[in-house]
Write a protein that binds this ligand. Sequence first.
Ligand code: SF4
Length: 388
Amino acid sequence: MRTDQAIVAALKSNGDYPAVLPRLLALADVEGIIRPGESVLIKPNLHTVADWRTSSVVNLALVAALIDWCRAQGAGEILVADGPFYGLAQPERIFTETGMAQAVEGKGARWAVMNRGGWRTFRDASPDLPPTIRLSELVFTHDRLISVTLAKTHIDCLATLGMKNLKGCLHPEDKRAFHQEVDLNRALVALNRLIRPDLTIVDGTLGMEGMGPHAGTVAHWGYIFAGREAAAVDAVVAPGMGMEVEEVRTLRYAVEAGMVDPTGIEVRGEKPSAFRRRFERPYEAMLRRLPGVRLSMQGACSACKLYLIRALCEEASAGVLPPDRCLVIGKTVAEDEDALVLGKCAGATNPGRPHLPGCPPRLDRLKAYLKEQGPARPDSRAPCTGAI
Ligand code: SF4
């Protein structure tokens, strides 16, 4: 064994986290990272109001078992905190309406939304970041940081794993800037230089495939992963999901930046050949579930994509065909004369065209607007600019 190898532990998981987690973390060689009395910030992926059974957010029982593990390690104060996606009103709902508040309080720990904890400003921290970003002060006022997330596909990054989980620590306005002002994947790499968790856990007991990170389907994978280095954990999990490291741009840039050497990782527990399972890619799912739909989404942030794709999928499930027109969100100049322009950004990029306002446009208004523009017309099926 090389002494400079990163260690990533992988185990089968049936969701019995009180039994699996201590074994996983012993294999990952992270016992001892918390010294007696140290404060711990647990950052779960809890970006929206959703039931954990949908695989959109992290499993409540995993966070509860993690609190127990931290306490067994001698932790003092334990705080569980995250921030929702840009545009969610009443951000506390990600705790109170998901059951996470109850799960955390049941273990005698505290919870908070990062939106309320104050911000630390970084100026010109990296050419890959917006000139100014604000990160939750909570990240810097605790002795240890543990990042815990799920294995999901992502319409921008292909996969959202440990490195991407840290985006939840950004000020809401800066989350939007990550999608619009910079290359999202390069910005995530730079963010992972500013925030270095002591431990990263990626849960694939129930993962998400297809149109992740919000509108995908549950992938019953049954494995869980952990390690000290987020990039190393991701470099094991992504190939496990059937993705090459070069395909996942966040990982590719992390390799180029020298943050991880995929050939220098010691995988403990299960062998990679045992846990390899191909996750359906977002665009594959989109084409299957939304035949004929044409989207142009360059420069759009997750909120617009989430609402538009959800609206299309929910309408398709109800038997309503999408309009046979290019649907434009974000910063693309619509070339088709009859393209449908949706949201504030697309409206500003395409002045003079009618557009549906909103930032993002509300789900119910999107559905109504799309319905107004239907039914599908069979005479125009050419792909539109920037379409996926
Ligand atoms: S209009 Fe859409 S893409 Fe633009 S900032 Fe709002 S949510 Fe993001």
